[in-house]
Write a protein of this length. Structure first.
Length: 256
């Protein structure tokens, strides 16, 4: 049986290591036959992501720091020069200063607030703008969000506000790009132990709480996020845009 993404090319931003949600997504895309273009953030990650790229059979691995317009422009130019048409883009990127993920939200500094918004929200807008001209036959853009966008999660703080803005950005981008056949959605993943998640103070207690209270009585597997990303990028998701899909063992439904 042909894979769900056979003949499609996907740009995936946000693999830092094997535990990254973007890695699970890339692995699921590979399984379904997608051609992969991966990016890494700067030279520190280069070797690891190139190695993972070889493992995944990626067609291309490039550097792209999304806080730098010139990096995004270079990536766009290179993909254009290579004649690569994109069918899907996965934006799996967020950043906040560690001190803002532990102290009271009211103490967030202006600069800490802005850095979280720049890397975790504006970058989706910048990536969509760079990628859209390469998506000449339409396609799908997917980002990653978290329940902290609409509920108060201890210590998630400035990132919760960034995720609220990210989800709003998904709706505005979906409205702008829909006429070009480009769908824009977010997956709201349950907590998963990754490098970024470890920056949230007492993250392990969030994992424990979710495992006790979620309808499925367990935490989210990265592969479940990968499979939902496949659905959104595939033709099965062709009617879905401007949406936030929860892949969280049902935790978002619980009041207490
Ligand atoms: P991760 O640390 O593996 O991935 C975060 C990625 O963001 C890294 O690859 C990092 O290099 C990249 N990044 C940060 N600043 C960047 C920049 N300036 N330029 C380019 N890349 C940059 O952690 P993850 O948990 O896989 O995070 C991926 C996404 O999933 C994030 O948006 C995160 O908020 C979201 N998410 C995570 C969880 C969780 O519990 N792990 C839950 C819901 C949503």
């Amino acid at each position: 049986m042909p894979g769900l993404l056979e003949g499609k090319t996907a740009l995936i931003l946000g693999i830092a290591n094997k535990w990254s949600l973007a890695y699970a997504i890339a692995d699921a895309f590979r399984r379904e036959g997608a051609r992969l273009v991966l990016t890494h953030q700067g030279t520190r990650q280069r070797e690891t992501v190139e190695e993972l790229g070889r493992e995944l059979g990626a067609a291309m691995v490039r550097n792209c720091d999304v806080s730098l317009d010139e990096d995004l422009e270079r990536l766009r130019e290179e993909l254009h020069r290579e004649g690569i048409r994109l069918d899907s883009v996965v934006h799996s990127i967020a950043f906040a200063n560690r001190e803002d993920l532990g102290r009271p939200f009211a103490e967030t500094s202006r600069s800490g607030f802005l850095v979280a918004q720049d890397i975790s929200v504006y970058s989706l807008v910048a990536v969509a703008r760079a990628a859209a001209p390469l998506m000449s036959e339409g396609g799908s853009i997917t980002t990653l969000t978290y329940l902290g966008a609409n509920r108060v999660i201890p210590n998630y703080n400035v990132m919760g506000v960034a995720k609220a803005a990210l989800e709003a950005a998904v709706r505005y981008l979906a409205s702008d790009l829909g006429p070009r056949g480009i769908r824009v959605n977010a997956i709201s993943a349950g907590p998963v132990k990754t490098a970024s998640a470890r920056a949230v103070k007492d993250f392990t207690s969030i994992l424990d709480f979710v495992a006790q209270r979620a309808p499925l009585r367990r935490n989210t597997e990265p592969a479940e996020v990968g499979d939902t990303a496949v659905f959104l990028a595939s033709d099965l998701g062709r009617g879905v845009t401007a949406n936030v899909l929860y892949v969280d063992a049902g935790f978002q439904a619980m009041g207490l």
